[in-house]
Ligand binder design. Structure first.
Ligand code: PAF
Length: 303
C-alpha cells in the first residue's frame, strides 16, 4: 500500500486514476468496524484511500488523546490486506499548517448527547472531515453508524456546504455478544466487559418494541436504558431518540432516527445506538452485524 503524507500527493494520485475512489477516514487502531468500511469502499468504488490521523482537535480531554491506542504498523498491514490503494497519513503540520481561523460549526447538532459531554469534539470532527473531503476530493466517503451523531453531522455538513461527495453509512459491527466494536473496548477488564452488554441489550429490547408497534420516544428511551440502569456499576449518561436529519430529540418515532445510549463502566466510556430507516411507511431497525469470532482488537498476533 502506498503511504502519502500530503494532500497534494493524494490529489495527484486521484487525478491520475481512471475511475472513482472512496475515502475511509480513520484515527487508526483498526478493528473489524473499520475493515467493513474499507470493504464497503472497495465494493462501491474503483479505488480506496484510507486516512489515518489522530485528530487532536476532537479530543476535549488531553488524557484521552494521550492514551488513545495507536499501532500504525498493524494499521498499514490491515489496510493492505483490505485492498486499500493509498493510506493518507498526514502529520499535524500538514492537517493544520496554520492555526486555522476559519472553523466549521455544527451548530445545534453539537448541543446534545456526545456534543454536550465533549465540548468542542464535533467542531474538531467537522473541521477534520471538511479538510479531508475538500483536500482529497473523493467520490464517496464512508462512515460507521456506530458514531450516530457524528454520521448525522457529516451527512448534514456535506448537504449544507454542497460538498460534491456521497456520504455512505455502514452498519455497526458488533462483537459476538452484541457489544459494539470500538477501539476503547480493549480497556475493559473482564467484569466491566460483561457489564458492557447491558447497552446493546437495552437497545435491542427497544428495537423489538418498535417492531411490535411502539413509537413513543420516552418509552423507547426507557426500554433502552433499563438493563444499564439496573446495574449500579454502569454509569448511564444518556439515552436519547434523535432525528437523523438534525439530531433533534423526538417525542415520537415518526421519521428516520437513532436511539443512542452512552455509559461509563470502570472509567471506560462507551456509546452505542440502533438506527431506524423508513421503509414503506414503517421504521425498520438497523441493529448492525455481529462477528462470529473474537475481534482482532484483542490480539496483535497474526493468524
Ligand atoms: O470517526 C473517526 O474515527 C473520526 O472522528 C474521524 C471521522 C476520522 C475524524 O477525525
Amino acid at each position: 500500500v502506498e503511504v502519502l503524507g500530503s494532500f497534494a500527493a493524494v490529489r495527484r494520485w486521484g487525478e491520475s486514476l481512471q475511475g472513482s475512489f472512496g475515502l475511509v477516514p480513520t484515527m487508526g487502531y483498526l478493528h473489524e468496524g473499520h475493515i467493513s468500511l474499507l470493504e464497503g469502499a472497495r465494493a462501491g468504488c474503483d479505488a480506496v484511500v484510507m486516512s489515518l490521523f489522530v485528530n487532536p482537535l476532537q479530543f476535549d480531554d488531553p488524557t484521552d488523546l494521550s492514551r488513545y491506542p495507536r499501532d500504525p504498523d498493524r494499521d498499514l498491514e490491515l489496510a493492505e490486506r483490505a485492498g486499500v490503494n493509498v493510506v493518507f497519513a498526514p502529520g499535524v503540520a500538514e492537517m493544520y499548517a496554520t492555526d486555522p481561523i476559519f472553523r466549521v460549526s455544527p451548530g445545534r447538532m453539537a448541543a446534545s448527547m456526545e456534543g454536550a459531554r465533549r465540548p468542542g469534539h464535533f467542531e474538531g470532527v467537522a473541521l477534520a472531515v471538511t479538510k479531508l473531503l475538500a483536500g482529497i476530493r473523493p467520490d464517496r466517503a464512508y462512515f460507521g453508524k456506530k458514531d450516530a451523531q457524528q454520521l448525522a453531522i457529516v451527512q448534514r455538513l456535506a448537504t449544507d456546504l454542497s460538498l460534491p461527495v456521497d456520504i455512505v453509512a455502514m452498519p455497526t459491527v458488533r462483537e459476538a455478544d452484541g457489544l459494539a466494536l470500538g477501539s476503547r473496548n480493549v480497556f475493559l477488564g473482564a467484569a466491566a466487559r460483561s457489564r458492557a452488554r447491558s447497552l446493546s441489550r437495552g437497545l435491542f429490547m427497544a428495537a423489538d418494541s418498535v417492531a411490535a408497534g411502539e413509537r413513543g420516544g420516552a418509552v423507547l428511551e426507557a426500554h433502552a436504558g433499563t438493563p444499564a440502569g439496573a446495574d449500579d456499576r454502569v454509569e448511564l449518561e444518556y439515552v436519547e431518540l434523535a432525528a437523523q436529519e438534525d439530531v433533534g430529540r423526538l417525542e415520537e418515532l415518526d421519521r428516520p432516527a437513532f436511539l443512542a445510549i452512552a455509559a461509563t463502566i470502570d472509567g471506560v466510556r462507551l456509546i452505542d445506538n440502533v438506527s431506524f430507516e423508513w421503509k414503506a411507511g414503517v421504521p425498520v431497525p438497523d441493529r448492525g452485524v455481529r462477528l462470529d469470532r473474537i475481534s482482532a482488537l484483542y490480539s496483535t498476533e497474526e493468524d
